[in-house]
Design a protein. Structure first.
Length: 243
């Protein structure tokens, strides 16, 4: 026996709609506020807009086409638009990574945008507990685990390397290969201009600053010596916290 159609399933009152959108604004804003204080590319407004947009998309997919629900050839599937939000947010996340130029950063902010979109989807679908709990866990990860990571992990494993390289040398691949050989992974890389200055041998040069993760600290000094032997590398400096 077929189930009877209940038109109330595809309807929502204004109060419930308002609650969901305001909750999306608050939860998205909390995560965005943490990113804003950290000076990251996507901050308060971006996270609020992503969370609100995701919530509206789910609300639209669930209740925006209720007038067609009883049509014989129409199949209501709210998950379709929600799936497009998850895939589409990747473009916005990629923008936060590319914005730093040659610096490899912004991954955490991209991930926070993705999870904020999922929180918005949950709110739009009425899954309040899951959305609130996820927000709390995300804030714990961004605030407390970040400090824990810096205190017990990064302080021991992260180092800064400053390379002085010839401007016309294409030795980045050689540098990466050499670092991999000594179990050193590049975490952030920037290349800076020297404003037209030249080395004593009259060749222009650039500065390559790297924040690296050292997996085998005992071989770090050996790795620095190996870097200095690469053609085009004019000088190597290092430091624990900054250069």
């Amino acid at each position: 026996m077929p189930l009877a159609f209940d038109p109330k399933v595809w309807q929502i009152d204004y109060l419930e709609l308002t609650i969901r959108l305001i909750l999306a604004l608050i939860l998205g804003g909390l995560i965005g506020l943490e990113r804003e204080f950290g000076g990251h590319p996507a901050g308060l407004r971006t996270h609020i807009l992503v969370c609100l947009g995701a919530a509206v998309i789910v609300l639209l997919s669930m209740y925006g086409f209720s007038q067609f629900a009883q049509e014989p050839n129409v199949r209501m599937d709210p998950s379709r638009l929600a799936a497009q939000v998850i895939s589409g947010i990747g473009f916005l996340g990629a923008g936060t990574i590319m914005r730093t130029g040659l610096g490899i950063s912004g991954l955490t902010t991209a991930a926070s945008l993705w999870v904020v979109a999922s929180i918005g989807l949950a709110i739009g679908a009425g899954f309040y507990y899951g959305a609130i709990l996820t927000t709390v866990l995300v804030l714990i990860s961004l605030l407390f685990l970040n400090k824990l990571e810096k205190t017990f992990v990064k302080a021991k494993l992260h180092r800064h390397i400053l390379l002085k390289i010839q401007e016309d040398s294409s030795n980045l691949n050689h540098i990466v290969t050499k670092l991999n050989k000594y179990s050193i992974q590049i975490h952030k890389l920037t290349i800076e201009n020297n404003d037209g200055l030249q080395s004593p041998n009259n060749c222009s040069y650039l500065f390559m600053r790297m924040r690296v993760v050292v997996r085998k600290p005992g071989r770090f000094e050996e790795a620095l010596i190996a870097l200095s032997t690469i053609d085009g590398v004019l000088g190597v400096e290092t430091g624990g916290d900054s250069l």
